[in-house]
Design a protein around this ligand. Structure first.
Ligand SMILES: *[C@@H]1O[C@H](CO)[C@@H](O)[C@H](O)[C@H]1NC(C)=O
Ligand SMILES: *[C@@H]1O[C@H](CO)[C@@H](O)[C@H](O)[C@H]1NC(C)=O
Ligand SMILES: *[C@@H]1O[C@H](CO)[C@@H](O)[C@H](O)[C@H]1NC(C)=O
Length: 461
């Protein structure tokens, strides 16, 4: 992956945009709360196209952003298809990094004493929380100053000869003094360094801070790969290793996404630990191979339940097929048995009135000539039905996007043969929902909500 900026023209703006990100009042704009409520470990999720992101390019059109979402989704599925083809080659290496050409989200938190801010990509497919560290053997460019463990009074390396090292990586430096880690991500990115304990400072929902000691953190001295020159590291939200960050903050988190096309929308939010918002109907969360699988049982368009074999989306015991909820792809990819009936129904509703057009680049999309605002008025909501009654509701803005001024396309596509029956529910389909992951209880909570109201609601459960 090339170390390029989104656009060379964006460079001049980076400095001032970064200072916006560092301003607590803006990053916490998501969560103005009354003082009665205990603070929550809530963090603004910074969409790369948001005005709060260093990737923000004010000249990018909606169509540029859609193009990037498509490219990012394709890159993501290419990565995942490698995992599907050779699960054992990558399983121990910890997973998939979200491709930041697409819709990877960033969060900001600080590490060390005194706290040093970090801008991190969140990734539901890998486990470790790591960031670039001095002294740096090889590092990618980042916008914030690099963390220097020598200057932090709360930092300490995990010793080679310790239980913590024994049960996590079993890897030590050449002097057999300190515990090390070495991760290679599917997309080619890699990081290598010391496993350490360190204090992490979160900004909380009441604009205060909370310090949490994290006992397994990665201090990366040799790092490479898929970055745009801004982020300092990665916050893994997967659950299946001893050094998993999410295990250390309570095996729960929630992600609320609003309108991801709106660069001004400040309420996208990640909440960690016991404060995670677990509201709404729940469905079984199937934890397999480090990914978050859900049991999708059917799809409705308006009142019409599509004829889809209820077993179509089941994950086989061998791992093939199934449906993963993914934070790193924009589009939703459904295997043919589920996709074709949906496409047929959409065509049945739209073909009599609109002219179908070819998108014709990189990927097969169902597209029509026209504008969403005018031509999709009255189009029914599409509902994904999960086991036990939880639902994801896709309105027009989740089901379609305007790809050019004269053409809009469906955001659900048929999943690639290389994915061998795997389906992915992407970020566009998750808009205007809060999704709560209870890993211990193996439940996923889905609630349709404008994230703006998240705090008010959980104050009065
Ligand atoms: C945006 O476009 C304006 C007018 O064409 C130009 O002056 C400005 O430099 C551009 N900014 C960026 C970040 O590309
Ligand atoms: C690290 O955090 C813990 C828990 O909040 C605190 O007791 C400790 O004093 C902190 N260490 C430093 C060096 O600030
Ligand atoms: C590491 O684990 C092995 C096998 O589980 C055990 O025999 C050994 O004593 C452990 N060493 C340490 C330092 O914990």
């Amino acid at each position: 992956m090339a170390l390029t900026l989104t656009s060379p023209r964006a460079v001049g703006l980076l400095v001032c945009v970064i200072s916006i990100i560092l301003s607590p009042s803006l990053t916490n704009g998501a969560s103005k709360t009354n003082s009665m409520k205990p603070p929550r470990m809530a963090m603004a999720l910074i969409h790369p196209h948001s005005i709060h992101s260093p990737y923000y390019n004010p000249n990018a059109t909606d169509y540029d952003l859609v193009e990037r979402a498509i490219d990012g989704s394709i890159a993501r599925t290419r990565s995942l298809s490698k995992l599907v083809a050779a699960p054992n080659d990558y399983a121990f290496r910890g997973g998939v990094i979200a491709d930041n050409k697409g819709v990877a989200f960033l969060v900001k938190l600080s590490v060390g004493t005194p706290p040093v801010p970090q801008l991190l990509i969140i990734d539901t497919g890998s486990n470790l929380f790591w960031f670039q560290c001095e002294p740096c053997v090889s590092c990618f460019p980042q916008s914030l100053p690099r963390f220097d463990p020598a200057k932090s009074s709360s930092y300490s390396n995990i010793l080679c000869n310790s239980v913590a090292c024994n049960v996590s990586t079993h890897e030590c430096d050449s002097n057999k003094e300190y515990c090390t880690y070495n991760l290679k991500y599917i997309d080619g990115a890699s990081t290598r360094g010391n496993l350490a304990t360190e204090n992490v400072t979160f900004e909380t929902s009441d604009e205060g801070t909370m310090v949490i000691p994290i006992t397994k953190i990665g201090c990366g001295h040799e790092n490479s790969g898929s970055v745009d020159g801004q982020q300092s590291g990665l916050l893994g939200l997967s659950y299946n290793y001893y050094y998993s960050f999410i295990q250390q903050v309570g095996l729960k988190f929630s992600i609320c996404l609003g309108d991801v096309h709106d660069p001004q929308y400040p309420y996208n939010q990640l909440v960690l630990g016991d404060d995670a918002v677990l509201e709404g109907k729940s469905t079984t969360l199937d934890l397999y191979g480090g990914h978050y699988y859900v049991n999708l049982q059917g799809i409705s368009v308006g009142e019409t339940r599509l004829k889809i074999d209820p077993g179509a989306f089941k994950r086989a015991p061998s791992g093939e097929g199934g449906v993963v909820l993914d934070s790193g792809t924009g589009l939703t990819w459904l295997k043919g048995d589920g996709y074709v009936p949906l496409q047929n129904e959409v065509q049945r509703l739209l073909d009599p009135r609109l002219r179908r057009v070819k998108y014709g680049r990189k990927i097969e999309l169902l597209c029509y000539a026209g504008t969403m605002g005018k031509d999709l008025q009255g189009f029914p909501v599409v509902t994904f039905h999960f086991e036990n009654g939880a639902e994801l509701i896709l309105d027009i803005n989740s089901m379609f996007f305007q790809v050019t001024p004269a053409m809009f396309c469906m955001t659900v596509v048929q999943s690639d043969l290389t994915l061998r029956g795997l389906s992915l529910i992407g970020v566009l389909a998750q808009q205007y929902h809060n999704i709560g992951y209870d890993i211990q209880g193996k439940q996923l909570f889905i609630q349709r909500i404008d994230c703006r109201y998240l705090d008010q609601q959980s104050a009065f459960p």
